[in-house]
Design a protein around this ligand. Sequence first.
Ligand code: ZN
Length: 418
Amino acid sequence: MREAEFDRRGQDGLAIFRDYSDKIREVVPGKYTVPSQRGPGAYFVDPSAGTCSCPDQQETRRRCKHAWAVLFLRGDVEVPAEATGAPKRPTRKRNFRAMYAASAEEKSRAQLLLRGLCDGVQQPPYKGNGRPALSLGDLIYALVVTIFCGDSIRRAGSDIDACHALGLLEDVPSAGSLFRAMERPDLTPLLQVMIAESAAPLVAFETEQQYAADSTGFSTDVCHSYCDYRHGGKMRPTRTFVKAHVIVGTCTHVVTWAEPTTGNVSDMTKLPKLVQEMVARYPVRELSADAGYCSKANAELIASVGAVPYICFKENTTGQSGPKAWMKMWHDFSANTEEYLQHYHRRSNVETVFGMVKAKFGERLRARTQTAMFNEMLLKFLSHNLSCLVRAIHELGIAPKFDRIFSLTQPATAGAPP
Ligand SMILES: [Zn+2]
């Protein structure tokens, strides 16, 4: 075994071999299952074909840690003599004191920040004779409070009342007006701009300007089945789900743009809009994305805005022909795979963000209509940005202030329409 071959994956494989060698099973002669280190389940390794069913091997086509573990188990590779004791993975230094302080104060700090953001929402001119409409800023404020406390609109009543008592809300919107607000299609672009704007204080800390794009689905309680109504209910109804396509900062985990769509919209087609909205507001030096975004057009698009694309190639990709940006990306990948992958793997931060949002604000949507689902999803991402800001107040000592004005008719869209 050459020295250079024994990389980080080799180290990790050695750790699996040490800790789980009794759980690595030869299920078919010459083929093994290796337990996952992160959770339940196992991966299927075929050492003779050099394959494994884990995402790492599927993406990079390199020998993964599971394959290494099998090689150590079979004695195909000698256990390195110098590797005594468990190999240590470099860990990120965390400021736990600041983290705990941020969690303790998260709700109250976020409520204050949110007030600053909602103060920028311009009240549309009042048309009509009846009682004047509730302030739009207050409606959005109350909606974010309901998402933040993780309850339904009705149950969040006490949290909304508490904000009113603190003077953060002028009027307390009724549950009915909040339900109606959720159904407003004009709220969707406004919330998108508010997400982008709430990211501004953290974008300053994205000094490397490395961003990542991806999408995630949110499930709903609404069941739809075309066959169900067309053919008298023979097939099982499928649950409707909607998707959020986002760009995040890979250092601060802040969401800089979010685009809601129905569940069947492909990632590939949404990248131009994401990139356009992003670069209209913030500078981008690198953008990483998974194989779902792998196309010559996307590579060219990212390069055309002055950023370097780091997209995962598909298995059948060749770099034989294509635009300049595509050829360069292929060359960088082939010439220095390890370095390319280092940049590409910044992408995992977008998965982290999805995990954070779903763990904190739930992965299921309560809304019943598409517009309300879109708005609810965007409110979750706005709440996530607020919680990132609170953490940054403690960890980085920032004092965010918002002074932009948003209006329904002309949201502060910086770019041209797609
Ligand atoms: Zn593997």
